[in-house]
Design a protein. Structure first.
Ligand code: NAP
Length: 365
């Protein structure tokens, strides 16, 4: 690994400090180097906050020394936004060299900064750890180029493709390391979705849980349930699943159809649970309508966590953009868990997590 790649690695680490906190903006990290030593660091902490380059220059608190190099994971912005164009800032600060990770995915801007900076006499090297820098913003990249949320399926299967463990065994298919990893991805996605079958079978919390500085933490994003007839809320409120009763119930939205019982809908809404009505929740019309509604509400990515019925319908409708496939080391799942159709992943990345294997990538139709 050369020096530029090492410094870009540090910029990536800084960017990840804002994991899941910058939507609809990308995560970006920046490192300022003088004479081979890091003198300042910055990252984009949240939407509306300073960009990483500005944060690094602010942390420096003085003018960079002649010959300084700025490392940034994403091409600096070249258009005047809420915080001013970073290209102008870099030029005004007298930075001699800029090393860029990924180019701006928006075709209208891609590579523009490189030309602007070079025209200002700044040396530019682009594409350093490009794959990692682009992967960091898989949700943003999709949103900014399509205007639609990234719809990602996540499934844990036995080695032979079943999504439920054998009856009478543990509730989990995968081990601890894979479950920790899955919660990390939940934190990245603004929304999480399951079908009515999963709510009935598992009564899931769908929160993000992790340990930080030795402390157990829990957060909740938007939670979606596809339940055309509101069957999951048909009974008495005391028997409702926790998604409709816990302290985060106002983050829950049930997607139903006009055929759902009006009184059940009214009870859910009175409890603070949102109900979206669509003509159908299935097929291209169902998924298309859901994605459009998410877009209007600024939900830039949804992680679909099952079950197999919902995931297979999303795949058949061409609605799955991305897949997270956790495969356990053992075979012999149960038939009642349903079998997930094979996903054809491209540009796939893999990770070994204890006994389990994660493969993730874009889904080819
Ligand atoms: N291994 C894993 O990663 C994983 C993850 C989640 C769940 N699971 C397991 O999977 C099982 C539940 O899965 P499941 O397949 O029975 O149920 P599911 O996929 O969670 O839900 C299916 C139900 O959702 C409703 N639905 C609404 N829109 C739909 C759409 N577009 N496509 C398909 N269904 C839609 C339908 O309800 P109506 O029939 O009322 O129309 C359908 O019966 C449980 O045993 C659970 O433990 C495993």
């Amino acid at each position: 690994m050369d020096f530029d790649e090492t410094m870009m690695g540090r910029a990536l680490e800084l960017a990840r400090r804002a994991w899941g906190a910058t939507h609809p903006n990308p995560m970006v990290g920046a490192v300022l180097v003088e004479d081979g030593a890091v003198v300042a660091e910055g990252w984009h902490e949240r939407d509306g906050g300073p960009h990483a380059e500005r944060a690094a220059l602010a942390a420096l608190g003085r003018r960079p020394a002649p010959g300084a190099t700025l490392y940034v994971t994403l091409e600096p912005c070249s258009t005047e936004g809420r915080t001013g164009a970073c290209c102008d800032l870099i030029r005004a600060a007298g930075i001699a060299r800029v090393v860029i990770g990924a180019t701006d995915p928006n075709p209208a801007h891609a590579g523009r900064a490189v030309g602007l900076l070079r025209a200002a006499g700044i040396e530019v090297r682009s594409g350093v750890r490009r794959v990692e820098c682009a992967d960091l913003n898989l949700i943003f990249n999709h949103w900014i180029t399509t205007g639609r949320p990234l719809m990602a399926g996540k499934i844990a299967t036995t080695r032979d493709g079943f999504s439920a463990p054998p009856p009478g065994t543990s509730r989990w298919i995968t081990g601890e390391a894979a479950r920790v990893d899955a919660h990390r991805w939940r934190r990245l996605f603004p929304g999480i979705l399951v079908g009515a079958g999963t709510v009935r079978a598992d009564n899931p919390a769908l929160t993000r849980r992790w340990t930080e500085d030795g402390m157990e933490r829990e957060e909740c994003g938007r939670r979606f349930v596809l339940d055309p007839l509101l069957t999951t809320a048909a009974g008495a409120e005391s028997a409702w699943p926790r998604l409709y009763t816990d302290r985060w119930r106002e983050r829950t939205t049930v997607v139903a159809t006009p055929a759902a019982d009006a009184e059940t809908r009214a009870r859910l809404e009175a409890a603070g649970v949102a109900v979206w009505e669509q003509e159908t929740t299935r097929g291209p019309a169902g998924w298309g309508g859901f994605a459009r509604r998410c877009a209007t509400e600024g939900v830039t990515g949804v992680l679909i966590e099952g079950g197999a019925t919902v995931l297979n319908d999303a795949l058949a409708a061409g609605a799955l953009d991305y897949g997270f496939l956790y495969r356990a080391g053992f075979a012999g799942g149960s038939a009642w868990g349903g079998k997930v159709e094979r996903w054809n992943l491209t540009a796939a990345l893999g990770a070994r997590l204890g006994e389990d294997q994660l493969t993730r990538g874009r889904i080819l139709a």
